[in-house]
Ligand binder design. Structure first.
Ligand code: NAP
Length: 331
């Protein structure tokens, strides 16, 4: 995880600031957009949100980003992205957008620390892990229930844990947990994994990992900490209780789009709708990365979308500056 420290915090700044490009979110999409906008001399400002780097900063290792044949740590990758964007003039603000008004330009974005007036906005707010919404989940989060193996795996040294889900995240995080845990049981609701072939092969070859198929978890048990789970076999209907120390949940993500309700178009899952040029329905407002991508959701695709969004924002600002200059010249 990328830590916030006092030295990272920005000194007091004017309450309202005018910027050319404001980027909301600091994952691979946001930081790539910042790099491109910075190289166009637009001095972009990046609002980090709660987590600099977004989800990738919590990933132990990224093995499928080109240019890193041996893989790269998620937190290290974020630092590299940040450094590269800052080198060309991007400014990273440890701040979170709380309200947006896209009804007129400059666009207004309120944050915890102030307000921005932006000629163009690039939204890269990413997504948040989905919850199972079962009894015990909320009550025991942080006391045995977790959504991040990299953050919490160490607490389960020599313990027995379950991982819920059958996608890439479940297997990747499950494999990571084998470093600490005595056993990792992957509980999946079907009898076939969604995860890619390489991860499937690694997981099935790991002696600490076993699978329970066609099974859902109905309750997480425990008072002060997790002590077990109640599971139901969806084929036979059989219900069993299973003692366990930790429950890691990796069942997908929800896009972080609440802030834009009523202002931008979204699909039925809540993802922002953009065209091929990363444009939302508001000219000058773009979206990139997982917030607008229910399909690929990879670091490399998010970074590409971020770069594309910034290139469009650059054209947009150029075109609008030119037309304003023409109006002034003609007046
Ligand atoms: P995902 O691919 O959407 O998989 C979610 C898994 O959780 C699925 O197996 C799904 O079951 C299961 N699930 C969903 N809701 C559930 C519920 N209520 N109860 C029980 N199980 C439930 O999500 P992800 O694994 O987080 O991956 C997200 C994206 O990131 C994917 O595109 C993935 O390829 C990518 N990713 C890539 C890597 C990598 O390349 N190394 C690593 C991590 C993530 P069903 O299969 O039955 O739907």
């Amino acid at each position: 995880m990328v830590e916030l420290s006092i030295s990272n915090l920005t000194p007091s700044k004017p309450e309202q600031e005018r910027v050319q490009v404001l980027i909301i979110g600091s994952g691979p999409a946001g930081l790539s957009a910042a790099l491109y906008a910075a190289r166009a001399d637009l001095n972009p400002v990046v609002l980090t949100g709660m987590e600099l780097g977004g989800q990738v900063s919590l990933t132990y290792i990224v093995e499928n980003y080109p240019g890193f044949p041996d893989g790269v740590g998620g937190a290290e990758m974020v630092e590299l992205f940040q450094k590269q964007a800052e080198r060309f003039g991007a400014r990273i603000e440890f701040d979170t957008a709380t309200e947006v008004d896209f009804s007129q330009r400059p666009f207004k974005v309120k944050t915890y620390n102030g307000e921005y007036l932006a000629e163009s906005v690039i939204i890269t707010t990413g997504a948040t892990p989905k919850h199972l919404d079962i009894p015990g989940e909320v009550e025991l989060t942080g006391r045995g229930v977790s959504y991040c193996a990299t953050c919490d795996g160490w607490f389960f040294k020599d313990k027995d844990v379950v991982v819920i889900g059958g996608g890439d995240s479940a297997l990747e995080e499950g494999l990571f947990l084998t470093r600490y845990a005595k056993s990792v049981t992957i509980v999946h609701r079907r009898d076939e994994l969604r995860a890619g072939a390489i991860l499937q092969k690694r997981a099935s070859g790991n002696p600490k990992i076993k699978f329970i198929w066609n099974t859902i978890i109905t309750d997480i048990l425990g008072e002060e900490a997790v002590t077990g789970i109640r599971m139901k076999n969806v084929t036979s209907g059989e219900v069993i209780e299973h003692p366990i120390d930790g429950v890691f949940i990796f069942i997908g993500h929800n896009p972080n789009t609440e802030l834009f309700n009523g202002q931008l178009d979204m699909d039925k899952l809540g993802y922002l709708i953009v065209d091929q040029l990363m444009r939302t329905r508001v000219p000058g407002v773009y979206a990139a990365g997982e917030v607008a991508d229910p399909t690929f959701r990879q670091v490399v695709t998010s970074a590409g979308m971020g770069a594309a969004a910034a290139m469009q924002a650059i054209h947009f600002i150029e075109a609008n500056t030119e037309s304003q200059t023409e109006i002034i010249a003609g007046s």
